[in-house]
Write a protein that binds this ligand. Sequence first.
Ligand code: AMP
Length: 403
Amino acid sequence: MAKSPAGLPSGASTLNISAAKAKVHAVATSVSRGTATESKTSSNGAGLELAEELNEATRRKYIKGKRLGEGTYADVYLAHLAADPSSLFAIKKIKVQENYKDGLLPGIIAEVMYLQELSHPNIIALHSVFSTKDQNLNLVLEYLPLGDLEMLIKDTTGVNYGPADVKAWMGMLGRAVWFCHENFVLHRDIKPNNLLIAADGEVKLADFGLARSFADPYAPMTHNVITRWYRPPELFYRARYYSGAVDVWSMGTVFAELILRTPFLKGLTDINQLELISKWIGTPTEENWPGVSKLEGYVPPVKEEIVPVHGLQSFMRTFGSAGTAGVELLMWMLRLDPRKRATARQVLQHEWWKTDPKPSRKEDLPKKSGGQKKMADDLKRKGGEVDRSRGDKIARKLDFSKG
Ligand code: AMP
């Protein structure tokens, strides 16, 4: 198990990708084979029957309730353990009919594969995977009822927060990213909207649909990842070999956004995003980024339009509330040259964590306005909306202190 720098909690896991792959394929196979009767006639009938029994046992463990939201390829439902109605989960029901024509979408495989193996307090937990008779794949996830960081950032009238809170959230994000990288996983879609908040205030990195392993340094990767505002310059230049530095850039833009309470570099197009990077950070050139001109998508700038890389004073004017050490760290995360950018480990070892203010305790962090009330309302409503066929047999004794 990897040890967390600066004594920060690391969770416990090493990656076993092939086992995870085997598991998702086993569930996927049972989905694609349809009913148990059909599977009995297959050459591997006994094995499939057992897989389906196990799948059925897992499915019966959970009672599905109201819909919490809708994502790109899934609906998300509140659920609880059949044996313990106070034990809540979020079930992500993947729309297999739409997504399972030529094999599972890579995003679904990545989500199951990496989440199952990355066990850490700042990464959303995947508890189980099962399929249902309507041929849908269900991911049983940790229930995170307090929204996400984007909601808090945007709610400028309802939510007040300060530098100590920003430091706490950045610490949680930093530990999540460090743990992914230590296990050779790139997240590749870090943004406030993918940072969900648990009932106790802990921030958890979610949505691993674009994640991939970077254990093989010779394997080319796609440059078409990370939401534009959080994407680093090397990906706009179509780099095919990259590292954890892509996630660290995203972390830097999240840090900037937490301070500004609005996205830092809000490009309207990819070209415009590069223009904003040049304007607010500096124009990438051979001088500040040796080798950049060799990247496929690099277009040399017109000499007169080159913006020199901004110094500390310039960044202090915009981000001064983070203090000098905080601004230095931000600038290190946003270095144009990915080789000179901080690693997730260096982020966690930075001076800033030792300077005042200390990070807020998670129980003191601001919550989304009406958050606790909404959660209580969700739980109350749940009683009338769970799967009635089996839900009626269960006493709905809810413990509001858990979540
Ligand atoms: P996603 O597909 O991950 O974007 O999820 C769609 C919506 O479902 C989100 O915007 C949340 O409102 C909700 N949601 C997703 N995951 C969870 C979770 N683990 N706990 C609570 N709500 C969730």
